[in-house]
Design a protein around this ligand. Structure first.
Ligand SMILES: C[S@@+](CC[C@H](N)C(=O)[O-])C[C@H]1O[C@@H](n2cnc3c(N)ncnc32)[C@H](O)[C@@H]1O
Length: 337
C-alpha cells in the first residue's frame, strides 16, 4: 500500500536515504565508523539502562546513519501489512511515535500514507530528538512535527491519537515499563504498531505486547490472521520477517563485504480498534521454489502453522505462489476476487 511518489517528487524513502548520506558528509569516515563501533558495543551490553544510550551528536549521527535505514524499512513493512488489513482508504489523522529517537517510524508513516497529519515524537534522549528534527526538515510531511522529551515509565502519558508506533524500544525497557508503555498506547490510540528485532527475545516481547493489546480490547490486524493465541510453542521457534535495506558506504566500511543490501530481520504486531480484515493466512518463512511447485509455510486463520504445496496444476495460484514473499498475505487479496 506504499504510495508511489508523484512524478517529479522524491519519495520519503529516497529522501531519507539522501538526507542520511548528506549527514555523514561532514564526518571523517574513521570517526563515523568509531561511533558505530561504540554504539554496537553498548547495545551488546546490558539494556535496559537507567540513562539514555544516545548521549551526544556523534552517537545519534552514528545511530541515524547506521540503524535508521533498517528500522525505517522494518516499520514500513509492518505498516504496509497493517494498511492492507484496515478499511480501504483509512489513513491515520494523527501519529505519536514513542521512543521515536531520530524518527524512523515517522518517515515510514509518511511513506505509507500521503498527506500531512499532526506528528509527535517522544523520547528521553534530547540529542536524538534534535537530530530527528534536523533530518525531518527534508520531509514536507514532518515539518510541523513536535519532538518532545518524555520518559517511558509510570508517569508516561500519550495524548489521544489515531496511531501509536513503538519501534525497537521494548528491548530497552524493563518488564514494568514495557507493560506501562503498551497499556498506555492501547488506551490512547485507535491503532498500535510495535516492531522489535527479529530474534527469539524480540518475538517474546512482541507476544507479551500482543497479549496486552488484545486484553485492552484491540484486534490484531497483522501479521497474525487471528487474535487467538499464537500457535508457536514458546522456545521452539519465533515469528519474524525480513526487510531488504540498501547498504550505505558506512555499512560497508563497518561490516565489510560488498553486497549492496542487507536483510533486516524483525518481529511485529499491529493491533487496532478499527474494523479489521486480517490476511486469511500469512507466509511465515521464505517460500521454497522447486521445479513445478512452491512450498509455502503458512500461519492460518484456524490457529495452525501449516505447509502447503502449490503446483502448476493450481494455475493462477501457482503464478501467485512464485511471486509470494516471506511476510506476504496468502492467498494474495486480489486472487480472491
Ligand atoms: C533503538 S532506539 C529506536 C529508535 C527509533 N524508534 C527507531 O526505530 O529507529 C531506542 C529508543 O528508545 C529510547 N528510549 C529507551 N528507553 C527510554 C525511556 N525509558 N524513555 C524514553 N525513551 C527511551 C532511546 O532514547 C532510543 O531513542
Amino acid at each position: 500500500m506504499n504510495h508511489p511518489a508523484a512524478p517529479g517528487s522524491v519519495s520519503p524513502a529516497d529522501q531519507l536515504r539522501a538526507t542520511l548520506s548528506a549527514l555523514l558528509d561532514g564526518l571523517p569516515p574513521k570517526q563515523a565508523a568509531g561511533a558505530v563501533d561504540r554504539l554496537i558495543a553498548t547495545y551488546r551490553g546490558a539494556t535496559p539502562t537507567d540513562a539514555p544510550i544516545l548521549r551526544d551528536r556523534a552517537d545519534v549521527v552514528a545511530y541515524a546513519a547506521y540503524r535508521m535505514p533498517a528500522t525505517f524499512e522494518a516499520v514500513r513493512a509492518a505498516l504496509a501489512a497493517f494498511a492492507d488489513a484496515v478499511p480501504e482508504g483509512w489513513a491515520p489523522g494523527s501519529h505519536v511515535d514513542v521512543g521515536g529517537g531520530t524518527g524512523a517510524a515517522t518517515w515510514a508513516v509518511t511513506d505509507t500514507w500521503g498527506g500531512v497529519r499532526p506528528v509527535t515524537v517522544l523520547d528521553w534522549a534530547e540529542p536524538a530528538l534534535a537530530l530527528g528534527r534536523e533530518i525531518a526538515a527534508a520531509n514536507p510531511a514532518l515539518r510541523e512535527a513536535e519532538w518532545r522529551r518524555s520518559r517511558i515509565g509510570a508517569a508516561l502519558t500519550i495524548e489521544s491519537t489515531d496511531l501509536v508506533t513503538v519501534s525497537y524500544v521494548l528491548n530497552e525497557l524493563d518488564e514494568a515499563d514495557r507493560a506501562t508503555l503498551v497499556d498506555t498506547a492501547a488506551a490512547a490510540a485507535r491503532a498500535v504498531v510495535i516492531v522489535e528485532a527479529g530474534t527469539p527475545a524480540g518475538y517474546a516481547r512482541i507476544i507479551e505486547a500482543r497479549d496486552r493489546l488484545i486484553a485492552a480490547g484491540l484486534h490484531i490486524a497483522a501479521p497474525c490472521p487471528h487474535s487467538a493465541a499464537c500457535p508457536i510453542t514458546a522456545g521452539t521457534d519465533w515469528c519474524h520477517f525480513s526487510a531488504r535495506v540498501s547498504r550505505s558506504s558506512l555499512h560497508r566500511q563497518v561490516k565489510g563485504g560488498s553486497l549492496p543490501y542487507e536483510d533486516e530481520k524483525f518481529s511485529y504486531v499491529a493491533a487496532t480498534r478499527l474494523p479489521v480484515a486480517p490476511a486469511p493466512a500469512r507466509v511465515v518463512r521464505r517460500p521454497q521454489i522447486r521445479k513445478g511447485q512452491v512450498l509455502l509455510d503458512l500461519c492460518e486463520a484456524d490457529e495452525q502453522l501449516r505447509r502447503t504445496t502449490v503446483t502448476k496444476r493450481h494455475g493462477d495460484l501457482y503464478k501467485a505462489a512464485r511471486d509470494a514473499d516471506w511476510g506476504d498475505a496468502w492467498p494474495p487479496f486480489d486472487s480472491q476476487s
